[in-house]
Design a protein around this ligand. Sequence first.
Ligand code: BES
Ligand code: ZN
Ligand code: ZN
Length: 496
Amino acid sequence: MQITLESKPFAALETEALVAYVFEETDPVQGRVAEIDRSAGGLLRRLAKSGELTGKMLEFTLVHAPAGLKAARLLLIGAGKREQFNSAVLRKAAGAALRYLKSRSVKNLAFVVREGDATEDSAQTIVEGALAADFESHKYKTDKKNDKRIESIGIAGYSEAERAKGEKGLAKGRIIADSQNFARDLINEPSNKLTPTILAQKAEAMAKAAGLSVEVLDEKKIADLKMGALLSVAQGSVEPPRMIVITYNPANPKPGAPVIGLIGKAVTFDTGGISIKPSEGMEKMKYDMAGGATMIGVMRALASLKPNVKVICVVPSTENMPGGRAQKPGDVQTAMSGKTIEVLNTDAEGRLILADGVHYAKQLGATHLIDAATLTGAIVVALAGVNVGVFGSDQAFTDKLLASAKATGEKMWPMPIDEEYREFIKGTVADIQNISSSKGAGATIGALFIKEFTGDSPWIHLDIAGTAWHDDAKPWLAKGPTGVGLRTLVHLIMSY
Ligand code: BES
Ligand code: ZN
Ligand code: ZN
């Protein structure tokens, strides 16, 4: 899709659809919307008077062949109250406008930024919203003849003096959205098309093309390194595991600067193993590699954005299958760190592979750890598809991440990991057990298990089980994989 900045007057833009966002206020026809209204002979004021145009959040008002404008259509999209307007609203408005017009077979549009909004951030936000909204999961449909396509977008309202900033934001937005969609593509793949081996190949190809160092450990190397927790999950599958390591090295690293470790759970299919899951809805468990895909996507973005901090991405990948060789409830495993684990439920496999993932990231030199994982059903109960659950061992580090989440419009909510919960996973026959002996706090227990392997390093765990996949479409996003977490992590790393 082509995206350019347009500096022509709005009325002169030859486009299939001129799009402007409108605030919910006493007079919604103000500023640049009033400017469009003057060209259109007072049409918008009349629509506002009649109550059809109110500016309510995501209200669509479509006018065909508006007199006085070169555009074939004028789309007004409600942006809610002006005081509550922020980049998250702008991103949704841009995305929702694209999907609304795309569904009506429109091929190009011009999106007007409002008075005062022609900044680098706005251009970035609009591009992020539009490209994420454009993503569909039609890959395996053979009949493409009814596929609709937006071919080009103009972003209007940047003066010549504002152009350089706009261009910069546009380029950044494209890198971030393309990386988010890259992750979403991986998450969308069914497990027969994306085994740990294939995921590793795709990660390797991306890393090489982007100029990142990459190493893929095969089952032999994983065994040599004594990654017993990862191996225990993998042993039930005919597909061998992989440990994917991608490294970004800054050009001029500051001595003593932190080294960020990004660890992502990549279970390419989670049947539950011998503690097998119910069959209803099990097909969704192809998305159990979303944490890993998101981290790989983050690395793709960093390769272009070039932060001044070293980042090591570690993605343990395996299937979780029942079978003659599968681990059984009660089995004792030794993690790479040397800790012994009593596996009381083979479906709590994500924490097992992350145990070796975080330990290995530390061994490779990471000083600050962040993991992302579709870890627990409990986080879905607590936060549904709205917020990512955030667990952190270091308040300053966690606050920094939450600030990045806020800045990038990804909803995240802090969750507790008090020492009191530690008792729930104390082992009977081994050091620790992979599920709680008591009821409740399931998401915290999962987090606390991973924490056992992080030592004193500042660490954050993102439980994305509820947010990595949307069961229903939103006006601004297709149903399916979301790529949540990527924007926050890129923002956080760029802030170092
Ligand atoms: N991949 C699942 C987490 C999950 C469950 C995501 C349901 C979305 C919906 C994870 O491996 C898992 O099975 N967790 C168990 C842990 C339990 C056995 C302690 C869960 O949450 O049920
Ligand atoms: Zn599981
Ligand atoms: Zn899982």
